[in-house]
Each structure stands twice: as structure tokens, then as C-alpha cells.
Design a protein around this ligand. Structure first.
Ligand code: ADP
Length: 444
């Protein structure tokens, strides 16, 4: 549009300039004629007309039959010459069928009119003044190419950005290829930030999902645990209730009364063990930091357990090979390490049978971990139970175990206590029979 504007304006100026030049030329020709000048100096295509004061044409060098010409008083150039002394017009000549540039001037009582064919066609323009046009076209094409290249560079990035926006709106992932310029850099940054946002949103959603799942798992575990506890409490409580109700409602001989009371006592002891185990395992799982940490000597702790269970060990006819060096110190909880050994020894007493040998050995020791083996050569455990052995309330022989006062929590407490000391525990059957538990404890 700018190019066209400049071009039209230039054309207009050019035409004006030409008209002005033509007018000057015609004026000078008229002057020559008025002065009676030489006709040779005038161009051959110059039309000369002399019009009388009343408008009648009395001479025209290009029209033969002057009578055919109408009154010229109404011609604009003549009218203007009448009022102002001279006048110009460009118009189509009826007699010559061509555009003429007319110049009229008063000439005594008459009017002298000179005219030249007027041609402002582009063809003549080009041939006369093509330097400007050429220069203009060249400049125009160069500017056009420059604008196209620039707009293409930015336009490409904008259309890429547009594609990106519509694709992300639909949740699609597309390959982007921004051109290197300011807009490209900005677009790349926008796309990059957007992708980061999407990634972190996805990560957040994933974490949220995980959190939901783990809350659900822990809720389910708690629910299970509550169910198990209720189930475990039911039998001893029902038994105690039965004995007491019998004692209250019937006349029971004194000897039987004594027996009932002893059984009640047994059940209450079982209950209190169960409650101790439940509170210990709950504390380990839910508030492990509540266990005070101190330097614990493993041998001393084991000896403490053996001392506390001395009577039972002796009455079972068991023997203990205690091979731990007395230099093993663990930075941990004395209570929990005590319950590890206590549960293991109690299990041997409950399940291994009579006259067995318990061996405790240090298998490996480093600055970081101690690996300890606890073994007895008693009844042992069939390996099919190994995978679930450390689960809460899992028992090998359900009926017998409950009879013996087992809650099924012992090994679960052991595994949790080991885990709090950043260790692991496994169970196996040693070559000489019985059962072997191998566990690690972190030194610090
Ligand atoms: P509880 O607290 O009832 O004793 P545990 O979790 O300690 O239960 O033990 C689970 C099961 O493993 C027991 O029911 C018992 O059958 C078996 N068990 C544990 N220790 C031994 C062992 N030294 N010898 C044979 N069986 C064992």
C-alpha cells in the first residue's frame, strides 16, 4: 500500500510538472506567434487557432473547413482568457478526436489559442523518466523481501507457539522447533516452563496417589490389628468369665474353687502378656523414637535374659552355649535388644521341646554391623512357614501355640526391634536340626 501510495503520488507530481512544462512551452509558442515569429521554430504538430472576440474561429492550421467549427466562446480556455487574459485546459478535441492541452491568450480583440496533443500514458512516462521508476521498483522489492524474511522468522515462532498452545490444550505432546531469535528464546522458555509445570503436576498427583494408598494400607493394617486383638482377647476373657460365673452361681467344693482360681490366674497372666506384647509392638511401629538410645552391651543383655528365665531353662533341662564376646556394644535401645533375646529364648522354651541346646554366636562383626546367630537344636519349624513366620499373630500350630500362651506376636516384635537397629532377620534350618535365626544390628 505504501509503495502504491508513493507511486501514485509521484505520478501525480510528474503529471503536474509536465502540465506546467507544457503550459510554459505553449506560452512561449504563443509569444513567438504574437511577435510574428518564425514558423520554422514551431513544432509541426502545434495546433494554432485564432478566435474572434465573438467566438467565431477565423484560423485553424489543422482544420480545413472553418465553417464546420462551432462558436468557441464557451470553451473553458477562451472563457478564462476573456476574464483573466489567459487560460489553459486539457480536454478531448471533438474535431481531432484526441486529448489536447490548450493555451489561450488575448490577442488584440481576438484570442490566440495554441495546443499540443497531451499524452500522459505510462508508456511515455517510462521511456522519459524510468530511472526513478527503476530505482523505486528495486527499493520496493528489496524492502518487500526484507519484510517477508523478518515476518517469516517471527511468524514461524508465533505459529509454533500457536501449535503448542492448541496441542497442550488437547493434552497432546508435540515436537517443537523454534527459530533462534528473541521470540524463539521466549517461546522455548515458555514451552520449557510449561513442561516443568506439567511434570511437577504429574509428580504431585503421583505422590498424592501414593499417600492415599499408604494411608489406606495403614488404615487396613490398623483395622486388621484391631480385629486380631479383639479375637486374641476373646478366649482368655471368656474363660475367666466362665470360671467366675461358675464360682458365683454354684456351690463348688473348696478344692475345685482353688483349681478354678488357678486357671483364672493363668488366663490373666496370658492376657497381661498379650497386652504387653501389643503395646510393645504398637510403640515400636508408631513411636520408635520413644525408645531411649544408649550404648548396649549385647552379652550383658543376653545374660540378663538368661538370668530372668533361669528357672524355666533349668526345669526344661536346656543348656546354653553363650559364645558372644563381651566387647559387642550397640548404640540402641536396651529394652528392644532385651526383647529380641527374650522372645527367642522363650520360643525355644515353648516350642523346641525338652533338653535342647541354645547357641548364640557372633558370625561377623564390622565397624558398622554385627551379625548374630541364635540357634537351638529342638523341634524346628517346617520351612513352608518361613515366609510368614514374622507376621503379626502368625503361629505354626495355632491350637498348641495358644494353649502354650503364645500370642503370635513374639517374632514380629523381634523383626521390628531388629529393623529399628537398621538390621534384618532371617530364619533357616541348621544341618543339625532345630531352628536358626540370623540377624544383624547396626553398631551406631
Ligand atoms: P508367639 O509369640 O506366639 O510365641 P512367635 O511369633 O514368637 O509367636 O512364633 C511364631 C511361631 O513360630 C510359633 O507359633 C512357633 O510355632 C514357631 N516357633 C518360634 N520359635 C520356635 C523354635 N525355637 N522352635 C520351634 N518353633 C518355633
Amino acid at each position: 500500500m505504501f509503495g502504491t501510495g508513493v507511486f501514485v503520488f509521484q505520478q501525480y507530481r510528474e503529471a503536474n510538472y509536465r502540465k506546467q512544462a507544457l503550459e510554459n512551452i505553449l506560452k512561449s509558442y504563443a509569444g513567438i506567434i504574437q511577435r510574428g515569429g518564425v514558423t520554422d521554430a514551431l513544432p509541426s504538430n502545434l495546433r494554432v487557432t485564432i478566435v474572434k472576440g465573438d467566438g467565431q474561429v477565423i484560423f485553424d492550421n489543422e482544420v480545413e473547413d472553418l465553417n464546420s467549427m462551432d462558436n468557441h466562446l464557451q470553451r473553458p480556455e477562451i472563457e478564462s482568457a476573456l476574464s483573466k487574459g489567459e487560460g489553459v485546459t486539457i480536454r478531448h478535441s471533438q474535431s481531432k478526436k484526441q486529448d489536447f492541452f490548450y493555451y489561450a491568450v488575448r490577442y488584440g480583440d481576438n484570442y490566440l489559442r495554441v495546443a499540443l496533443p497531451f499524452d500522459l500514458e505510462l508508456k511515455s512516462q517510462l521511456s522519459n523518466d524510468n530511472v526513478f521508476l527503476l530505482f523505486f521498483l528495486l527499493f520496493f522489492v528489496a524492502a518487500l523481501i526484507f519484510v517477508l524474511v523478518i515476518s517469516d522468522r517471527f511468524g514461524n515462532n508465533i505459529s509454533q507457539l500457536h501449535r503448542f498452545a492448541t496441542a497442550t490444550d488437547k493434552g497432546e505432546n508435540i515436537e517443537l522447533n523454534f527459530i533462534d531469535n528473541e521470540l524463539g528464546d521466549i517461546s522455548r522458555q515458555i514451552a520449557h516452563n510449561y513442561n516443568l509445570l506439567i511434570e511437577s503436576e504429574a509428580r504431585l498427583a503421583q505422590e498424592h496417589q501414593k499417600l492415599l494408598e499408604s494411608t489406606e494400607t495403614s488404615r487396613r493394617m490398623k483395622h486388621e490389628m484391631t480385629g486380631n486383638i479383639a479375637h486374641e482377647l476373646k478366649t482368655p476373657v471368656a474363660a475367666v468369665r466362665g470360671y467366675i460365673e461358675t464360682l458365683l452361681s454354684q456351690k463348688v467344693p473348696l478344692e475345685r474353687q482353688q483349681q478354678f482360681l488357678l486357671r483364672c490366674h493363668d488366663q490373666i497372666i496370658r492376657l497381661s502378656h498379650l497386652i504387653d506384647d501389643i503395646s510393645l509392638i504398637t510403640k515400636i511401629e508408631e513411636a520408635p523414637t520413644l525408645f531411649a538410645k544408649e550404648s548396649v552391651n549385647l552379652l550383658d543383655t543376653l545374660n540378663e535374659v538368661l538370668y530372668d528365665l533361669q528357672e524355666e531353662i533349668t526345669s526344661a533341662g536346656d543348656s546354653v552355649e553363650d559364645n558372644l564376646p563381651d566387647t559387642l556394644f550397640v548404640n540402641g535401645s536396651r529394652t528392644l535388644i532385651y526383647s529380641i533375646f527374650r522372645n527367642l529364648v522363650e520360643n525355644t522354651l515353648k516350642y523346641a521341646g525338652r533338653g535342647v541346646t541354645i547357641s548364640v554366636d557372633l558370625l561377623a562383626g564390622s565397624e558398622e554391623y554385627y551379625t548374630i546367630s541364635y540357634r537351638d537344636n529342638g523341634a524346628g519349624i517346617s520351612s513352608e512357614h518361613f515366609p510368614r513366620l514374622f507376621e503379626r499373630f502368625y503361629r505354626v500350630d495355632y491350637g498348641r501355640s495358644r494353649e502354650g500362651g503364645g500370642s503370635g506376636l513374639g517374632l514380629s516384635i523381634v523383626r521390628n526391634a531388629v529393623a529399628i537397629h537398621r538390621g534384618e532377620i532371617s530364619v533357616s534350618t541348621p544341618p543339625q536340626g532345630g531352628v536358626e535365626f540370623i540377624f544383624t544390628l547396626a553398631v551406631k
